[in-house]
Design a protein. Sequence first.
Length: 165
Amino acid sequence: MRLTNTIRDSFIRAAMDDVPKKDFQEQINKVIVDDAVSQLPPKIRTLFLDKTLSGFVKTEWKYVLNSRFLVPSGGLFSPKQETIEKVRKLESEITSQNEKMRSLREKLHGCAYAVTTRKALVDLLPEFEKYLPADDASACRTLPVVQNVVSDFVKAGWPKDGKKK
């Protein structure tokens, strides 16, 4: 079976989806919110930590290192230096992970676009065979099915002037 660009791109996307990724952004959010909560007065902190009452505590968007976070603050939140350092470390982890993923994608892209058939790609990367369609019939199922295009256009009033050419 000949590989089309659609099949190649689907192959790359499916293989990349199986590469584990850490959610560093969620960790950054937790660090920022934990810092904001630690700076709240004790009575307000108790309210915020109570899930049934937390909606009554004022929250606002604050910028920390060019990213926005929704924090409980009452206008008084300013991140501590150790929080900023943690966020910078996590942001460098994000950059590192993104670079690693980009590199893996480029390598896989190079392999997929270096060959023209499914068999050649399987011979090149036998461990990745499960990401390829088994045959032409299963490959075509991934493409959109287009039927009755002209009749649908006619039902919609095409051509506009009412005359067919």
